[in-house]
Design a protein around this ligand. Structure first.
Ligand SMILES: Cc1cc2nc3c(=O)[nH]c(=O)nc-3n(C[C@H](O)[C@H](O)[C@H](O)COP(=O)(O)OP(=O)(O)OC[C@H]3O[C@@H](n4cnc5c(N)ncnc54)[C@H](O)[C@@H]3O)c2cc1C
Length: 296
């Protein structure tokens, strides 16, 4: 298994921020994945899998770890007999294409989620009333000790989280779907995409929702709008003028500028609403937020 050194990660994320990975590998089969996981364990390396990098903020200094990107058969997908089967690195867009061609409905909600199958399991991704937990049958999880299938219950899928640990990699997943005519799938997707375009910055470099929605009458986005943060900028990072719960890379944004915006957003939400916002985006490479209420 070829392991590359000092691979730039920013270009592998949707927000375009982040320094290099010390070690980087692209396993293509379950065998290659297990081999590289054993190697990382023997070397005592920390491990992180990256999908489409659509929900990560990576430190400017990079990551002193092994970063894995699943390719080849670990990024392939097929749909038939009521099942979508896909590698952990398969893009949601490819999976949606396969399910539509096979006349299988139930995955349309993922049309607005620009990630991979494995990233979706890790985050229990969801939108428009659907999520991974609702359709997932089982996932093949690889570790340095070997691979095994897990049910949604065993994966601990909850709102935008799972019980998966950094050394556990989703190599493959299977979803139960229902027959639906391709033209109806197409119409549903067009409708959801139009809704998304009307409400969120779809053509900007972002990492998706910054914060989870709190248990409050206002969503995180509405809260940050109410405290006047829409359009607020620190360096090259800006709270989206379209939607308060998105941070855009509006120039050559640095991770520490995005982090400073997140700290300011938490400070204002606490001050104004008494709510401690919890971040949804995964912070990678030692990035840490200060306690709620403090600036960075
Ligand atoms: C414009 C935009 C809109 C978005 N809208 C939504 C939305 O509506 N709903 C929603 O839920 N999310 C949304 N997101 C966030 C993001 O797309 C999802 O969380 C997605 O599931 C992340 O997938 P990914 O493959 O990009 O994961 P990454 O961002 O690469 O990684 C996210 C986490 O998953 C882990 N991971 C990735 N692959 C694997 C694997 N194979 N095995 C184990 N762990 C893995 C990573 O280590 C990391 O902890 C949006 C993002 C953007 C940029």
């Amino acid at each position: 298994m070829n392991v590359e050194q000092d691979v730039a990660l920013g270009r592998l994320t949707t927000v375009g921020i982040g320094g290099p990975a010390r070690h980087f590998a692209r396993p293509q089969t379950v065998g290659e994945l297990e081999e590289v996981l054993r190697w990382a364990a023997a070397e005592g390396l920390d491990l992180l899998t990256i999908g489409l990098g659509s929900n990560v903020l990576i430190a400017d200094e990079g990551v002193d770890a092994l970063i894995l990107r699943l390719e080849g058969e670990l990024a392939a997908a097929e749909a038939r007999d009521g099942l979508l089967g896909a590698g952990g690195g398969a893009a949601n867009a490819v999976c949606l294409h396969r399910t539509r061609a096979a006349g299988l409905g139930g995955f349309e909600f993922a049309c607005a989620i620009p990630g991979t199958i494995g990233g979706g399991v890790r985050m229990n991704a969801g939108a428009y009333g659907g999520d991974w937990r609702g359709i997932l049958e089982r996932a093949l999880v690889a570790t340095a000790e070997g691979s095994g299938w897990r049910t949604p219950g065993e994966l601990g899928l909850e709102y935008r989280r799972s019980a998966l640990q950094p050394g556990e990699v989703v190599a493959r997943a299977e979803f139960r779907l229902a027959p639906k005519p391709p033209n109806e799938i197409k119409a549903t997707v067009a409708d959801l995409q139009a809704q998304r375009k009307a409400a969120q910055p779809t053509n900007k470099r972002t990492f998706g929702s910054v914060f989870k929605n709190p248990e409050h009458e206002l969503s995180a986005g509405r809260m940050l709008e109410a405290v006047g943060l829409k359009g607020y900028r620190i360096g090259g990072a800006q709270i989206s003028p379209r939607h308060g719960n998105f941070i855009e890379n509006a120039g050559e944004a640095r991770a520490k500028e995005a982090l400073a915006l997140m700290a300011e957003a938490r400070r204002r939400a606490l001050e104004e609403f008494g709510v401690e916002l919890v971040h949804e985006v995964r912070l990678v490479g030692g990035l840490e937020l200060p306690p709620a209420g403090e600036r960075l």
